[in-house]
Every structure is written in structure tokens, then in C-alpha cells.
Design a protein around this ligand. Structure first.
Ligand code: NAD
Ligand code: TYD
Length: 339
């Protein structure tokens, strides 16, 4: 099996590559990544010399480059993680989200149509369903929940999902889609809540909680997400959407307090800042379908996963220090300076 994994120098894609090379040592994995600010080649260093692994620096919107790679590799599957992934950046500058997340997805699928493919898998998000109210804990996102997006990010991901399903219906492309809740774990870029709070704590810097911090996210350890995708690409039904989540809902403020406690830092570092525009209140996945059809269940409890994650950031300063000392400084100043 030869699999092109796009966005494999990012958070979830890199964890997926490690998972696949370990679980399927006979597979060839080709990572296609443009190395944007979110892509980090040093993450893939441990697998660079693996003869079953190849890294190619390429933009998924580069049609000529993508077609050339398909001609060279004749992939059996494509798993598309490549995306602009941060909601706050999408609020500041939507355009690059439309290009990468929508045009890039179409370009990859055009290559799949042209050269043939056994499976095209789109890594999507629960954010395409919009949000749920805090006072209705009985409600969850199922695969039938209508698409109802809030941010340019989620809208671009929803647009891609619709295109993927249209390519299936119109051209018969063998597709699957997974819609996962918030992930956490190693190699998470420190613009996102959990790594940002860990690293700020370590520097005794203010912990910027948007609004009251009462928004709820449904957290899943990244390895559990990777196992779910592995199952879907092998056993999932073509043309189907699978929600992925582990019923682990937590308020932002409780996560931040937990990180303070784990690192023995005072909660007085918590600073409430201006809320995110259009901020989704609650995400909560109903994972019944993937459980019943594919036998998937999360394996890592949040209490263990967050401990492992914090320890990983303590042990891997070499990974995140170069990130936060570069362009990230300007990002941080722009996003949080006057908030
Ligand atoms: P990330 O931002 O950490 O990584 C994205 C990767 O894609 C980077 O390596 C980047 O260089 C690459 N990339 C960006 N634009 C590209 C382009 N035009 N061509 C080629 N490569 C490009 O993102 P992540 O958190 O790992 O998310 C991966 C996927 O999972 C995304 O599609 C995201 O929508 C989805 N997702 C993420 C979460 C989460 O909690 N992080 C949850 C559900 C779904
Ligand atoms: P984030 O990690 O950006 O993921 P998403 O918006 O895709 O769910 O944010 C998770 C939650 O944390 C979200 O409700 C916004 C909030 N948040 C903060 O309160 N402060 C921050 O500095 C960040 C980055 C996020």
C-alpha cells in the first residue's frame, strides 16, 4: 500500500505518519506538505531515514506539482490533513483558508480522478456542524446534523466536505470523511489552547482566556484520532461520513486551571480577554456510528492524556522553543497585544 499523507508536517498528520509506519511497517508513506508556519520538518526527523518514507515539499493547490507526484508514486490512497487550521487566523485573513482548504482539496481529488485511487480520505472537523447550546447537554452532533458553520475556517472545511461528497456522487470517487472533535497531544502548534497555556505557564506569562472561558470543547487524544482514521480508510464504507469523539467535554477555564495545577503555577496568571468573534459555545460528538460499524473506542482517558501531553512539552523544549522565538512573536503580539 502506498499512501500520500498531506499536511504530515503538522500536528495530527505527523502523529498519523508515526502511527502508520509503526502499525503498517510494510506500507510506503509519502508526506506532501507545503511547510507553512504550522509545518515543521524537525517533527518528521525520526522517520526521515525510514526507507518506506518520503517527504515532498509541495502546496496542495499546485496542480502541476500534485499531478507529477501522482505520476511518480501511483498512490493507492490519499489522506488529506493539509489545511489552514486556526480559527483566529481565519477571522483575520479568510482568503488563504479558501485556497488551501477548498481549492487544495479539489486539486487533490482531481489528481485522484485523473490517475485513479482506491480511497481518498478527507480529514474534517466537528466545527462544520456549528455549535450546541450550553443548556442542552442532551444534544450531540451526529452525521445527520445539518452543516451550519460559524467561522471562515469551519466554512472552508464545510465547503471542502461538500465537494468531497459531490466528487463521490458525480464522478464515483471512492471517498470517506472523518469529522473529529478537538485533538490534543505531542507536536500541537502553540497557537492552540492547550499548548499555548502550557508554554505561557512555563514562562509565567498571562493565560489569555477568551470571555468567561465557559465554552465547551470535546477533547480527544491525538493517537485515538489517528487510530480512527486508520480504521476508516481500511474498513469504512465509501461515500460515508464518520464522527470521531470520546465524550470528553470540558470548559476552557477548567482546562486552564488544570494546566496551572499540574505545573504548580498560580491561577492568578489567568487573564480574561476579549472574546473571539462568533465564538462557538459547545462542541459534542456522538461517536455511535464509528463505534458500531468499525468498533472504534477512545483508549486514552483525558486525565492520562493531558499528563502525557504536559510532560511531552516539558521534555521537548527543543521542539517548541524555535517556534515561539520566530514569527510567532509577531503573531502573538498582533493577536493578544491589545486584546
Ligand atoms: P496543523 O495546522 O498543525 O497542520 C497543518 C499542516 O498542513 C502543516 O504541516 C502545514 O504546513 C500543512 N499545509 C498547510 N497548507 C498547505 C498547503 N496549501 N499545501 C500543503 N500543505 C499545507 O493542523 P492540524 O491541527 O494537524 O489539523 C490537521 C487536519 O485536521 C486539518 O484538516 C484540520 O482541519 C483537521 N482537524 C483538526 C483538529 C484539531 O483539533 N487540531 C480537529 C479536527 C480536525
Ligand atoms: P482552539 O485551540 O483555537 O481550538 P478551536 O477554536 O478550534 O476549538 O481553542 C479552543 C478553545 O479555547 C476555544 O473555545 C477558544 C479558546 N481559547 C482561549 O480562550 N484562549 C486562547 O488563547 C486560545 C488560543 C483559545
Amino acid at each position: 500500500m502506498n499512501i500520500i499523507v498531506t499536511g504530515g508536517a503538522g500536528f495530527i498528520g505527523s502523529n498519523f505518519i508515526f502511527h502508520m509506519l509503526k502499525e503498517h511497517p510494510d506500507y510506503r508513506i509519502v508526506c506532501l506538505d507545503a511547510l507553512t508556519y504550522a509545518g515543521n520538518l524537525s517533527t518528521l526527523e525520526p522517520v526521515m531515514s525510514n526507507p518506506n518514507f518520503r517527504f515532498v515539499k509541495l502546496d496542495i493547490c499546485d496542480r502541476e506539482g500534485v499531478y507529477k507526484l501522482f505520476e511518480e508514486e501511483h498512490p493507492d490512497m490519499v489522506v488529506n490533513f493539509a489545511a489552514e487550521s486556526h480559527v483566529d487566523r481565519s477571522i483575520e485573513n479568510p482568503e488563504v483558508f479558501l485556497n488551501t482548504n477548498i481549492i487544495g482539496t479539489a486539486t487533490l481529488m482531481d489528481a485522484c480522478r485523473k490517475y485513479g485511487i482506491k480511497r481518498y480520505h478527507q480529514v474534517s472537523t466537528d466545527e462544520v456542524y456549528g455549535d450546541l447550546p450550553l443548556d442542552r447537554p442532551d444534544l450531540f452532533f451526529t452525521e445527520e446534523t445539518p452543516i451550519h458553520t460559524s467561522s471562515p475556517y469551519s466554512s472552508s472545511k464545510a465547503g471542502a466536505d461538500l465537494l468531497v461528497l459531490a466528487y463521490h456522487r458525480t464522478y464515483g470517487l471512492p471517498v470517506t470523511i472523518s469529522r473529529c472533535s478537538n485533538n490534543y497531544g505531542p507536536y500541537h502548534f502553540p497557537e492552540k489552547l492547550i499548548p499555548l497555556m502550557i508554554i505561557n505557564c512555563l514562562h509565567d506569562k498571562p493565560l489569555p482566556v477568551y470571555g468567561e472561558g465557559l465554552n465547551v470543547r470535546d477533547w480527544l487524544y491525538v493517537e485515538d484520532h489517528c487510530r480512527a482514521i486508520d480504521l476508516i480508510i481500511h474498513n469504512g464504507r465509501v461515500g460515508e461520513v464518520y464522527n470521531v469523539g470520546g465524550h470528553n467535554e470540558m470548559k476552557n477555564i477548567d482546562i486552564v486551571k488544570l494546566i496551572c495545577k499540574a505545573l504548580d503555577k498560580p491561577e492568578s496568571l489567568i487573564t480574561h480577554v476579549t472574546d473571539r468573534k462568533g465564538h462557538d459555545m459547545r462542541y459534542a460528538i456522538d461517536p455511535t456510528k464509528i463505534h458500531n460499524e468499525l468498533g472504534w473506542l477512545p483508549e486514552t482517558k483525558f486525565a492520562d492524556g493531558i499528563k502525557k501531553t504536559i510532560q511531552w512539552y516539558l521534555d521537548n523544549e527543543d521542539w517548541w522553543q524555535p517556534i515561539i522565538s520566530g514569527e510567532y512573536q509577531n503573531y502573538y503580539e498582533e493577536m493578544y497585544g491589545n486584546r
